[in-house]
Design a protein around this ligand. Structure first.
Ligand SMILES: NC(=O)c1ccc[n+]([C@@H]2O[C@H](COP(=O)([O-])OP(=O)(O)OC[C@H]3O[C@@H](n4cnc5c(N)ncnc54)[C@H](O)[C@@H]3O)[C@@H](O)[C@H]2O)c1
Length: 439
């Protein structure tokens, strides 16, 4: 359970519930009707969205619920794959309990194991949701593009530079094949953010000279190791704590806020320095990830972004993005602009916005059915690499440039991954000692 879903555990925020409350009785039909306004009435057939899910955990299950509404009518779940059988069963049971009917995915189209993605992609699907832990994403993306599927990919799209390069190379191939791709950096599909960033791009705050991006929150879930589990199973079930599976917290979670600043800047950072470490989560059950990063990113125009992420209980929480411009400021997450062109988005309008978890699927389905361009692979790859650059700076204690991050050969994986045998936990990075050494 990660990101917004972690928050959902402690708050009533639930995208589906919110939609239901907002739209009132007959909501499922209402959402379906609303989403069908992007296309004229279409029959099942060439317009049908035939979904395959790879990674049936919390987010994958949420995404299934989202696509079922976003693409209705004319959507069908065909196949589901996961490393573990019970995750598929739980996912199907949860979705069925919410929609009040069977999903119609028979056992023969439920695939278990690390190769489940190949079986899902071999089925008659045209829309694949990639929601496994991030380490597998480059390979899953490669296979999905090769198989000619439209893709909804969760973020981040890789955990290291070789993975990012592999995904960047897929961007143009996907375009050549006419594939549509949306990414789970959902703020880019959130009306309030779109409204605010458009004003910033139109010059409302002048040139951006500084930015702040935060994802500071408390600790996460973790699952106690069972005696029968191999190292691989223990790690996979606790994937956020192993940097070669998750990318570490700056890549796995803080990517959202970094992406917003990149979006506003129309650029990625040029370099990073970072003060980071593992202050509280020092036990081996927490694998080898850090619990905080405070990173100073510099963009090519000289603007600096102060970025912070933390997963430590009992501290001040803050998940937000802010900009300082030559003619004003913006608290982007609150959709506020101050200064020469002061503006605040009407909260009553925001309250009625479609949840971005739906909107990202609505936008993707609209692109598919309407033949419109949509390929978010490059932007999410750049956000991923921005976060990786910050992690490299934090781990090493050095200043890391975009080129160094982009060209890095470093792979975090301790070796080929398997659910049997032994896998040693890679060492916790030590600033001043971990490569690349400080420049
Ligand atoms: N956009 C968002 O707001 C948001 C929110 C939460 C999670 N996420 C992202 O979604 C992804 C999944 O996160 P989650 O919270 O659902 O985690 P999760 O642990 O609940 O689910 C991951 C699922 O993938 C399965 N899995 C592991 N390895 C696999 C493999 N090789 N092939 C197929 N399935 C495999 C696991 O068994 C598990 O069921 C992560 O990349 C995370 O960053 C995004």
């Amino acid at each position: 359970m990660t990101d917004e879903f972690r928050r959902a555990a402690t708050s009533p925020f639930d995208p589906l519930r919110r939609e239901f409350l907002k739209r009132g009785a007959g909501t499922a039909a209402a959402i379906g009707l609303a989403s069908s306004t992007f296309g004229t009435a279409y029959a099942r057939g060439s317009d049908e969205i035939r979904v395959g899910l790879i990674g049936a955990g919390d987010r994958g299950t949420g995404a299934l619920r989202n696509i079922l509404h976003a693409a209705a009518p004319g959507v069908r779940v065909v196949a589901i794959g996961d490393a573990f059988e019970e995750r598929i069963d739980k996912s199907i049971a949860l979705v069925e309990s919410k929609i009040g009917k069977s999903l119609g995915v028979p056992k023969k189209r439920r695939f278990v194991g690390l190769d489940a993605y190949q079986h899902v992609l071999a089925e008659d699907i045209n829309y694949v949701i990639l929601a496994s832990p991030p380490a597998f994403r480059p390979e899953h993306l490669r296979a999905a593009v090769e198989a000619g599927k439209h893709i909804f990919t969760e973020k981040p799209i890789a955990v290291d530079s070789p993975g990012v390069r592999q995904v960047l190379a897929l961007h143009d191939i996907a375009d050549q094949k006419g594939l549509k791709i949306a990414a789970g950096t959902q703020r880019r599909h959130q009306a309030g953010y779109l409204d605010t960033i458009k004003r910033i791009h139109d010059g409302a705050i002048g040139e951006i000279v500084a930015a702040r991006a935060y994802w500071n929150q408390g600790s996460l879930w973790h699952i106690d190791r069972q005696p029968a589990w191999s190292d691989g199973e223990w790690m996979l079930r606790n994937w956020p704590y192993f940097n070669w599976l998750s990318g570490d917290i700056i890549v796995e979670q803080h990517i959202h806020n970094i992406d917003v600043i990149n979006w506003a800047m129309n650029a990625h950072p040029a370099s990073a320095v970072s003060l980071a470490g593992r202050q509280v989560r020092t036990d081996t059950v927490y694998g080898n990830v850090y619990d905080h990063f405070a990173t100073d990113y510099e963009y090519a125009n000289g603007a600096h972004m102060i970025s912070m992420c933390r997963q430590i209980d009992g501290c001040a929480n803050n998940i937000s993005e802010a900009l300082v411009g030559t003619r004003g400021n913006s608290q982007v997450d609150q959709h506020i602009i101050t200064g020469a062109n002061a503006w605040k988005r009407d909260p009553r309008v925001t309250e009625n916005d479609t949840s971005p978890y739906y909107q990202e699927h609505i936008d993707l389905v609209q692109a598919i059915r309407g033949g419109k361009p949509l390929n978010e692979l490059r932007q999410v790859a750049e956000a991923t690499l921005s976060a990786i650059m910050g992690r490299m700076a934090g781990y090493s204690g050095g200043r890391v440039t975009w080129e160094e991050a982009l060209n890095s050969q470093e792979s975090l994986a301790p070796g080929p991954f398997a659910l049997s045998g032994t896998i040693a936990v890679p060492a916790v990075a030590m600033p001043g000692k971990t490569e690349p050494k400080p420049a």
